[in-house]
Design a protein around this ligand. Structure first.
Ligand code: ADP
Length: 484
């Protein structure tokens, strides 16, 4: 196979200007396998000096990359995609080990990530301008799209591969060059993506990866937000860090894309097909062990369907297989780290102390938290207000549509929402009223490269995926041809 590539599974160096490098300080930090709590390897603990070096390399590369045609960039991206898809089984093992995802989910993440590289390899050729109608005969109005420059991509641990692929493929398609800062828990997927850009023949400095431990990260992030050589930041992660970056970017009026936390409502109406709703609940809640920003976080069930939904959900939850990540039947792996485990466990304890009933689960052994279903959840419980990021279903009842929409919108965030109804008029009414950026109707799995992923309210700014995903990485330039 032409694109088969023997790559290093766990790189111990970062990737700057097409070279594998140590931190200037020679410092490293260890990365753990959450399933075994054993270290998998060490990566460079880079600081601002290393990051300056990477930004400079990306800036130099931009001077060349910005002059490539969409067709040429499409060719590079397609080549990258060929390497990535040809090596998908080995790539999945990296996610499995650094992120603790069961093998089937690790493979699904590789397919998901690769679908963006493929999509944007096509999109690169279609970043068109426009000629607008002029109000006067002696002027012509052109609008052109140009790449913004060097972009810094800061990514989280829950999709260590796909989110780097999603951001970088859009940025590269648009003609930007990038410096990636992967999450400290999961740097290896990003480093292997870098190795594959090398295999695919990308020019020096177009794609760079800077790894930093927890202590250096805020300084590195701050440099990325303030360096005059960086044109924009794309960040996926917590709302708190998103707000820090938004502030920091204000000093240089940087372009900013933010994909932050969610608090997805999941509403089952009286007309719903409960089997569809249970299927949707299982996929939107238990994928990645509940550690996704589009995970259903609050379940509102119409009182006429509550018992049927609970019964059928419990039956499905009891069939989830926990444990051995290499087993293709496994659905549930460990949470990413002790801090996440403690957070989930504390939220459940708080709910139980305030009257929630545990229908199943409610406990675990670090870092494996049992799939849990809580009934009788009320708005005064912490678990109602916080993004759980774990395998916990919180059930609440409602009586009418207005109440359901009111409760669903009773949050500062607005990423995804899910509704289950067989009433067409209700589907149109409710999807219009929900304050979310994405809405699944009778569907719990809504992410694809073809869709504009993103949120409203405190869930973020901008969209990733689809042709809209190019917008964060391009400036519009208006050109007026006069004296005609
Ligand atoms: P999570 O809660 O999902 O771990 P974070 O927002 O803490 O989310 O992390 C997402 C990414 O943001 C990671 O790559 C992390 O290293 C990075 N990060 C954390 N703090 C900062 C900061 N102050 N500046 C820039 N990046 C940061």
């Amino acid at each position: 196979m032409k694109f088969h590539h023997h790559f290093r599974t766990f790189h111990n160096k970062a990737f700057i200007n097409n070279q594998w490098v140590n931190a200037l300080s020679q410092k490293t930090f260890p990365v753990m396998n959450p399933a075994t709590s054993e270290p998998i390897g060490c990566v460079p603990d880079m600081n601002v000096d290393d990051t300056q070096h990477a930004i400079k390399a990306a800036q130099d590369a931009f001077q060349i990359w910005k002059h490539t045609t969409g067709k040429e960039r499409s060719f590079y991206l397609r080549n990258w995609y060929n390497y990535l898809s040809c090596n998908k089984e080995s790539l999945a093992q990296i996610i499995l080990q650094e992120c603790g995802k069961p093998i089937k989910e690790s493979e699904a993440e590789i397919r998901y990530g690769n679908s963006f590289v493929e999509f944007f390899s096509n999109e690169a050729r279609r970043i068109h301008g426009e000629i607008l109608s002029s109000p006067v005969p002696d002027k012509k109005i052109f609008v052109e799209k140009q790449p913004i420059g060097v972009v810094a991509l800061i990514t989280p641990w829950n999709f260590p591969y796909a989110l780097v692929a999603r951001k970088a493929s859009a940025a590269l398609a648009a003609g930007c060059t990038c410096v990636v800062k992967p999450a400290e828990d999961t740097p290896f997927s990003a480093l292997t993506l870098a190795e594959m850009t090398q295999a695919a023949g990308f020019p020096d400095g177009v794609f760079n990866v800077v790894t930093s431990g927890r202590e250096n990260t805020p300084k590195v992030g701050s440099l990325m937000c303030t360096s005059p050589l960086v044109a924009g930041i794309s960040f996926t992660g917590s709302t708190n860090v998103g707000k820090i970056l938004y502030k920091q970017c204000s000093s240089g009026i940087k372009r900013l894309g933010l994909e932050l936390g969610g608090d997805a409502p999941f509403i089952v109406y009286a007309s719903a097909d409960v089997d569809k709703a249970v299927k949707g609940a299982m996929s939107s809640k238990f994928r990645s062990c509940g550690q996704t920003c589009v995970a259903s976080n609050r379940f509102f069930i119409h009182c006429s369907k509550y018992d049927e939904f609970c019964g059928k959900l419990l039956e499905q939850v009891s069939q989830l297989k926990i444990g051995d990540l290499q087993d293709r039947a496994t659905n549930i792996g460990p949470l990413i780290n002790q801090a996440q485990y403690d957070k989930v466990s504390t939220l459940v304890q708080d709910a139980v102390s305030k009257g929630a009933r545990v229908l199943t689960g409610g406990t675990g052994t670090p870092l494996l938290y049992q799939p849990t279903v809580l009934a009788d959840v009320t708005p005064d419980m912490q678990i109602y207000k916080k993004e759980v990021f774990g395998p916990v279903v919180n059930l609440l009842r409602f009586k009418d549509e207005e109440e359901s929409v009111c409760m669903a919108n009773d949050t500062l965030t607005g990423l995804a929402g899910y509704i289950f109804s067989e009433d067409v008029a209700q589907i149109f009414r409710v999807t219009k009223m929900l304050e979310v950026g994405m809405c699944g109707v009778n569907e719990g799995a809504i992410s694809m490269a073809e869709i504009p992923f993103g949120g409203v309210k405190e869930s973020g700014i901008g969209r990733e995926g689809s042709h809209y995903g190019i917008d964060d990485y391009t400036y519009m330039k208006y050109i007026c041809i006069g004296s005609l």
